[in-house]
Design a protein. Structure first.
Length: 62
């Protein structure tokens, strides 16, 4: 299942990904979006689609 990876150099900490994620996987920590609850990620991709900075990608895991 894919999981989000956040490029902290590109993240502006706008919080859109946090508001978009219904699984509470992402939080703003030290002025950057951070994956804090990876186990709950369902791989929907909404955070990637909504990030205005394009700072979120996914990687495929077995």
């Amino acid at each position: 299942m894919p999981r989000p990876i956040i490029n902290t150099d590109e993240c502006s900490a706008c919080g859109i990904c946090v508001d978009t994620c219904e699984q509470d996987v992402i939080e703003i920590v030290r002025d950057r979006a951070t994956v804090v609850n990876e186990e709950s990620c369902i791989g929907c991709g909404d955070c990637m689609d909504e990030c205005p900075m394009g700072a979120i990608e996914d990687i495929e895991e077995d």
